[in-house]
Ligand binder design. Sequence first.
Ligand code: HEC
Ligand code: HEC
Ligand code: HEC
Ligand code: HEC
Ligand code: HEC
Ligand code: HEC
Ligand code: HEC
Ligand code: HEC
Ligand code: HEC
Ligand code: HEC
Length: 321
Amino acid sequence: MRGRALLLFFFFSAWFLFTPPLPGKDKSKAGSPRKIAQDFSKFVEIPGAEMAGAEQCAACHADLSKGFRRSAHAMQKVACEQCHGAGSLHIAAGGYSTESKDKIISFRDRSPEQANGVCLSCHAKSDHVRNWFSGAHQAQDMKCSDCHTIHGETRGKTGSEFRGEAAGIPRAIESRRQVNENCLRCHQKQNAEADLPYHHPIREAKMSCSDCHDPHGGSAGNNLKLSNTNDLCLGCHAEYQGPFTFQHAPVTESCLKCHSSHGSPNQNMLSVSQPALCLQCHSAHHNGASLPLVDRCTNCHNAIHGSDIPSATGGSKFIDK
Ligand code: HEC
Ligand code: HEC
Ligand code: HEC
Ligand code: HEC
Ligand code: HEC
Ligand code: HEC
Ligand code: HEC
Ligand code: HEC
Ligand code: HEC
Ligand code: HEC
């Protein structure tokens, strides 16, 4: 018996080791990291051109080159031609025109696939950017440069907002306010929600869209950073993290059973105001005479997110007073 189990074990081990990957997998949009790295180098190539060196570029693009020195990429020793391609033919042509436009990479003129290919030649494997391949923004033909500023001193002086670094470090990521306004420029629904009376402080730049969403994409649905919405919310609202002795079923299910995610006309960002919210699932009070139906059920049921205090009639009625 044991011998046979062992034999089966070896058989399956060998099967896993030697079976080639399913052919369909390679064709998936995401691809394997190795494949990604190989694919993108071609987007930085300019046939027949040679490297000229950044000093040459500075001769004609003086202001731009000066500004670039204070940029995030310059700090990383990334030089002009690593993004714009080898420059010798561009220089020989004396600049940029309709005829000579293939001799330098202009992010303006190149298709999104080509332009992004340049960035991805270095970034395809980094944790977040990898999500790009499964994201809605890629599918919408957006360019990395729609959201990232490469040249000059980036406005993201407040880089500390994003990664806890000392302020003043140049970033290729804009300031939080700038990021938000950029997102809201296209997302009209959230733009309106941000102005509702009760909202996450997006407009105030106390938080950014990218606190909850990965702007590059992801598999979590709605580009969210975490697939479990409650984990996402509780990351900042830890006071409602259970376990409570008595859980309120909808709370453990999803915060969004009662709350909006961006903004709402109702107090506490509730998706429906009280008491209608509660009456979606509960009938109005059984003994209305002694317990008047006031506008807020939580005037009495104040521990609505969960409680450790039992009720006389069993369970908890979420009254912690
Ligand atoms: C002999 C002068 C000269 C040199 C040297 C030169 N350029 Fe240019 N470049 C121009 C001119 C002129 C234009 C067209 C006008 C403009 O956009 O500034 C241009 C345009 C460009 C553009 C396209 C801008 C657009 O419209 O999108 C890029 C990118 C560029 N240059 C990069 C470089 C890089 C990188 C180097 C160094 C390898 C370089 N240039 C060296 C003169 C030069
Ligand atoms: C990390 C990649 C990267 C590096 C490095 C880089 N650029 Fe650029 N460059 C870009 C992108 C992206 C754009 C398009 C900007 C936009 O659309 O807002 C651009 C735009 C330009 C333009 C045209 C835009 C304009 O404002 O006229 C020129 C010219 C240029 N770059 C030259 C240079 C020179 C010279 C260097 C080196 C000093 C350099 N670039 C380094 C990515 C890069
Ligand atoms: C819709 C806007 C948007 C687009 C498009 C976009 N990004 Fe970003 N990117 C951001 C924001 C916002 C951040 C800051 C993320 C954060 O706060 O977690 C960021 C962060 C990054 C970072 C730093 C990640 C880190 O580890 O902190 C890199 C690298 C990056 N982006 C590269 C790219 C590349 C390459 C592309 C194109 C393939 C791209 N981005 C397209 C908005 C965008
Ligand atoms: C030659 C390689 C190379 C290319 C090409 C390149 N980058 Fe980067 N980039 C880097 C390195 C190295 C860093 C610093 C390490 C990191 O954050 O991954 C960086 C950092 C970044 C960051 C984070 C900066 C920050 O503020 O912390 C962003 C955003 C970014 N790159 C966007 C882009 C975009 C957009 C493009 C295309 C226009 C691009 N990069 C092209 C090498 C490159
Ligand atoms: C506190 C976390 C959080 C913040 C901050 C946040 N979102 Fe969301 N967002 C969510 C959640 C959760 C969902 C999915 C449920 C839903 O649709 O409300 C979502 C859904 C979305 C959707 C897809 C659904 C739809 O209605 O189109 C878009 C687009 C979106 N958010 C954009 C944004 C933008 C733009 C910002 C910044 C202005 C932002 N979000 C800030 C949590 C957040
Ligand atoms: C240039 C316009 C544009 C900008 C800028 C932009 N988006 Fe989008 N975004 C779109 C479009 C178009 C879609 C796809 C249609 C849709 O779902 O609304 C989309 C989709 C989304 C989705 C929904 C994904 C899904 O699964 O349905 C989220 C979330 C999102 N964007 C967040 C952001 C955030 C956060 C930013 C800023 C960092 C941002 N967007 C910047 C145009 C933009
Ligand atoms: C990145 C941190 C962060 C995340 C993640 C987050 N929040 Fe918030 N939330 C805040 C901040 C900051 C405030 C404003 C608090 C204040 O003004 O005192 C807030 C306020 C609220 C409020 C009170 C609004 C009001 O008008 O009184 C509710 C309700 C709320 N969040 C629910 C949620 C839900 C549901 C989620 C998950 C979809 C979530 N939060 C995710 C940071 C976050
Ligand atoms: C059954 C509906 C319901 C669910 C589900 C729910 N809440 Fe609430 N939440 C409320 C009500 C009602 C209030 C207002 C309480 C009051 O009136 O005192 C509230 C208030 C809040 C507030 C603002 C009050 C404060 O402390 O600043 C936050 C933040 C909050 N909820 C977060 C969450 C989070 C996070 C989740 C998911 C773990 C969640 N809620 C799930 C009903 C709910
Ligand atoms: C999405 C549906 C839903 C919403 C909205 C909801 N509840 Fe509940 N509630 C439940 C479920 C399910 C239970 C557990 C089953 C039960 O005992 O009725 C429960 C249990 C309770 C209990 C304990 C009942 C008992 O007999 O022990 C009280 C009290 C309660 N909810 C009050 C509220 C109040 C007040 C609100 C509004 C702020 C509210 N609920 C919103 C679904 C909901
Ligand atoms: C004046 C205080 C008060 C208000 C307001 C109030 N309740 Fe209650 N509720 C109670 C008390 C007290 C109990 C009984 C507690 C016990 O049995 O220990 C109770 C019990 C309940 C129960 C348990 C099942 C039942 O019928 O006994 C539910 C469900 C409930 N309330 C829902 C609501 C909803 C929904 C609202 C708003 C429409 C609301 N309550 C408003 C005080 C209140």
